[in-house]
Design a protein around this ligand. Sequence first.
Ligand code: AMP
Length: 575
Amino acid sequence: MLQFARTAEQIGATGSTLEKGRVLAEYLSTLESDDLSRAVLWMSGQPYGRSQRYRLNLGWKAIAQAVSELSDLSADELSRLYLKHSDLGDWGQEALAGRTGGEQVSLGQVAAGFDAIRLAGRAAQKQRCLQALLARLEPLQVKYVLKILSLEMRIGMQEGLVEAALARAFDVPLAAVQRTHMLTGDLGVTALRCQAGELATGELATGELQLFQPVRFMLASPVETAAEAFARMRTPVLWTEEKYDGVRCQLHLSRDGRCELFSRDLKETTAAFPEVVEAAAGVHHELLIDGEILAHRGDRVLPFSQLQRRLGRKLVSRRLRLEAPVVLIAFDLLWLDGEPLLDLPLAERRRQLEALGLAWPFLLARLEDAADPPHLEQIFAETRERGNEGLILKDPQSPYTPGRRGLAWLKLKRTLASLDVVVTAVEWGHGKRRNVLSDYTFAVRAEDGRLLNVGKAYTGLTDREIESMTNHFLAQTISEHGRTLAVKPEVVLEVTFDALQRSNRHRSGYAMRFPRIVRLRPEKPASEIDTLGRVEELYSRYFGREVPLAEVATGPGLEEAAAEAAGGESAGDGR
Ligand code: AMP
């Protein structure tokens, strides 16, 4: 484990992606198979591979408690130390300096420790198992074990870099590594195939795709205008599909009616949507469908808050089924009766999807061709008129590329900018909100994975949402600092704002004017929030550019521009 920690430390210390890859490749090539799959997963901040479908269910509270028991620091000192680092691993390393370790511990032993935590029933038992594991580790090892357990390595080792390191370590073509990873969705499995020489030819049968093994979802890149969409996609005709405001869903179905559903983060969600599963039993095909689940009645889509009542349910009551019924809007078909379809053009996949003649509660995504930017503008305006968020634009000739945010799918959303961010700290409210955690500080992600705060919002959620989020945040609190609680960064929000401005108020170097929460995004993992690069792009495109005074006078940002010109910081976060 020490070698792993030293390698991770070395990778984190260099800013060069080439050097990161070289260091990792060298380390990986020394490992035998069990350790190899552990190392690739852990380096990318995953305790287990996706195909294992394990969850540790280890709350930050249990982690904090375990460190606190082993350390000789007071609660106040620990909390100050956490605020200094804002990172569990760095915090644990310093808090336990000189208190733990002295034994040689292998990766296998650490993995056994993870299993013990996973299999322990209650939070207190999990904490004891973690404590026993940490007690055996040197502080540098503690640092990385805590980073893995909190699913955040923050050493700039994105999955793409791990793929490149595997290609290098085992001398296999990068494209073959990427494809195996795309299909298996599991870096550990991919690493083992590389090591076994199974990819050496650079070929991979699409037979690697297996039903009931969730495939990573294809993602869309954002564009701001119709003209940009055409410029980027370079196809004579663009397909436009409604951007449905529900949750992503992958349906796997066998001929004998076994059906499983998976969410965007590849967690199984079968139990939450029994009406889809029941209807699938009558389809009598082997299928893998990509689509979006919506709460829906008659010709109306119910508000997202209705769908939210269904999310995460292990059991759905009859009443809830009646109040918030769901449909699955299918927009892609990746497997049909023994044949993988990923490499076929979208137009052909759609043809086969339509030919299935699926019935309620299956619907097909609304599809319309756009021939040029004005035409696309018109379709966009119409969808907005219908109350939709925007459009997903697709290249009809494109294959399905799992896990990639490429240019074959684009999203054209509301014209007002919005960002997906993660909550890092919460604060008790005021007045009638004094008993709930209603004020959220949130961050975007830097290139190297660090979370950088960019704003704080107080408005947008309903009282009920705030109440239930209060319980959630209390369970995920890592440290308390007066009225503010630092929380595990996992709740994703979509926030909108009137303007972005440069500011040293937050670590990102930007602040928002009149930020407000559009909605909670429970289906979106924190690893997929918007980046600092996106903030910079929006800033320079819309808010940082010079515009004629007449235009500024009617738009946001005039006060700030004036205050900044005078050398002051005027902007609050909008309260
Ligand atoms: P965003 O969550 O803003 O990154 O937008 C991408 C998401 O839009 C996808 O993950 C889907 O859940 C959703 N979506 C809605 N309608 C479609 C569609 N027709 N095609 C693809 N994705 C869609």
